[in-house]
Ligand binder design. Structure first.
Ligand SMILES: [Mg+2]
Length: 286
């Protein structure tokens, strides 16, 4: 079902590759087919709790070999966005004329050197920020922060929320991993990052800058790593309002798989129209 002009895939993971701990289809066979067709792959997920290394392990557990550059989480993108904000502007001469907003050319790390951040989140976002050189403050020292970052934190408490609200109200740059209000589990939908972030939004009246889908940043970074133009990059996901909206906002062709959250009826009502709707990833790569 993949058109012949497509050279690379940006794949969502939850609801596309697996549901909880069960794979969706024969993943080793699916990826053998993808390799056979010569398609390049980057995995892009709004779930920022895990590090890329942890995702590589999870993929390997399902029999899929991948390298860390192939995983772009919302945590990675939030760190990248913040580093961009705090890095000095490039002198005009060193800026490539064709792509003034390119992500490339920024240091591979260290752009956050000396910048103090109060972050609410788990290892995925903490490691991404540390890797960029940012100094992470404990809740007791939150007052010294120069920026606030928020993702999901299963150790969240009132004091962390209080400090974040005070800092955001004080006008600090406010970034968040992803807007997903819920997270699917076998028992049903539980609060996601967006649900917690909404507390700060309610308390301050200020919205964060979101790194994850449907904002275009994550898919732009993924496409840059793939090195393919928009028209040749297929964005694949299971959720209309994040994956499909994000892919369309980024100007890429999009494919919805029906193995996760969104249904065929919802897909048919979606505008702009979705390029490909497939039962699952197996059918898509057929
Ligand atoms: Mg998904």
């Amino acid at each position: 079902m993949i058109p012949p002009n497509i050279k690379s895939l940006i794949l969502d993971m939850d609801g596309v590759l697996w549901k909880d701990s069960s794979p969706i289809g024969d993943l080793p066979a699916i990826f053998a087919r993808i390799r056979q067709r010569g398609l390049k792959v980057v995995f892009a997920t709004n779930n920022g709790t895990r590090t890329p290394e942890q995702y590589i392990e999870r993929l390997a557990g399902f029999g899929v070999q991948a390298e860390t550059w192939q995983v772009v989480t919302s945590s990675l993108v939030v760190a990248e966005l913040l580093a961009r904000r705090f890095s000095p502007p490039l002198p005009p001469a060193s800026r490539p004329p064709s792509s003034p907003n390119t992500w490339r050319g920024r240091g591979a790390g260290g752009d956050g050197e000396g910048i103090k951040v109060f972050a609410i989140g788990e290892e995925g976002v903490m490691k991404a920020l540390r890797d960029k050189g940012f100094e992470l403050l404990p809740v007791e020292e939150a007052e010294k922060a120069q920026a606030v970052v928020m993702g999901i934190d299963r150790q969240i408490n009132y004091y962390k929320m209080r400090e974040a609200a005070l800092l955001v109200r004080g006008g600090l740059p406010f970034y968040a991993t992803n807007p997903d209000k819920t997270f699917p589990t076998p028992r049903g939908e539980i609060p996601g990052a967006g649900a917690w972030i909404s507390v700060i939004v309610t308390a301050t009246g200020i919205e964060p800058i979101y790194a994850g889908k449907p904002a275009p940043y994550q898919l732009e970074l993924a496409r840059e790593r793939l090195g393919t133009v928009k028209e040749e990059t297929l964005v694949v996901g299971d959720r209309l309002e994040t994956d499909i909206a994000g892919g369309q906002a980024a100007g890429c062709p999009v494919a919805l798989v029906l193995s996760g959250v969104s249904t065929r009826e919802q897909a048919e009502a979606w505008r702009p129209r979705i390029d490909i709707v497939a039962e699952n990833l197996t059918r898509l790569v057929d």
